[in-house]
Design a protein around this ligand. Structure first.
Ligand code: ADP
Length: 268
């Protein structure tokens, strides 16, 4: 009786091992599928601007002495090249995330100066669209990689300007708060008076390559990698990012990051 008990428990253990192996294989297959899809998407995204650049350089070869074409071509080529640059930069960042050690790169970073710098870097773009940027900043330190922090801030601000209406406003604020699991965090809010995001797209905007409508992204040069990068970067640093509100009056994105350990704590 005891022997058959032993055998059946060994059989159970084997079955369990087998189940785990099958699960691991399924996970690997899913990863491989995602990787192939990522490469497919990237190649597609690279092709579009390259096709435009090639077409314009062909035209220039034929009609290079036409001043109108020269003007148009230089603007278009520059714009498409910039798009390529942004795409490659984000793709590189996304693909290096798994090998890069985020914890050791994280340190105490003063958040208010970082936000001010991000605003300065986005200012020309905002001015060009007549978008005002208002900031309400609190001096404090967050625990993050300064480079990645800048990436996250620039991406959120860039979207808030890009998808705003002409003459709109962007409001950025930071303050200490409690996260959903009641840890003390630094909350960074980026609000815009833009076109908003339709309900069915609100979670998907964080997926790689997802853009709400091809038209508005094409027009603004989007590739759909920005928010997926912000989310991956935030999570690698024990933070979160979400779309808290969105409607016809605009959107509110909330980024939460750990407060640096030596900072004072808020009173409850
Ligand atoms: P993209 O490079 O296309 O801007 P993102 O990943 O940054 O890619 O954003 C994904 C999509 O989410 C965008 O195509 C855009 O339609 C939408 N989106 C992002 N931010 C905003 C915003 N502040 N207001 C309205 N729509 C936005």
């Amino acid at each position: 009786y005891e022997m058959s008990e032993n055998i059946s428990s060994s059989v159970r253990e084997l079955e369990e091992e087998k189940r785990k192996l099958i699960e691991a294989i399924a996970r690997l297959e899913e990863l491989e599928r995602q990787q192939k899809q990522f490469i497919g998407n990237i190649s597609h995204e690279l092709k579009t601007p390259l096709t435009a650049i090639l077409a314009y350089s062909d035209l220039l070869g034929m009609y290079g002495d036409d001043p109108k074409l020269l003007d148009k071509a230089s603007v278009e080529i520059r714009q498409e090249a910039q798009r390529l640059y942004g795409l490659v930069e984000k793709a590189l960042k996304l693909s290096s995330m798994d090998v890069y050690d985020f914890q050791t790169a994280a340190r105490s970073v003063p958040i208010a100066p970082a936000i001010r710098e991000a605003i300065d870097r986005i200012r020309i773009k905002a001015d060009a669209r007549n978008v005002r940027i208002e900031a309400k900043l609190e001096e404090a330190d967050v625990w993050a990689d300064p480079d990645n922090l800048m990436h996250m801030l620039l991406n959120l601000l860039d979207n808030a300007v890009k998808y705003n209406k002409e003459g709109g406003t962007v409001r950025i604020a930071n303050f200490r708060a409690r996260s959903a699991d009641s840890a003390e965090v630094m909350r960074i809010e980026v609000a815009d008076t833009g076109i908003g995001i339709p309900g069915e797209a609100r979670e998907r905007i964080f997926d790689p390559f997802y853009t709400v409508s091809d038209d508005r992204s094409r027009e603004t040069g989007g590739t759909g990698l920005g928010l997926s990068l912000v989310r991956s970067l935030a999570e690698k640093q024990n933070g979160t990012v979400r779309l808290a509100e969105s409607g016809p009056g605009g959107s509110l994105f909330v980024l939460e990051l750990p407060v640096a350990p030596e900072s004072d704590t808020i009173a409850d």
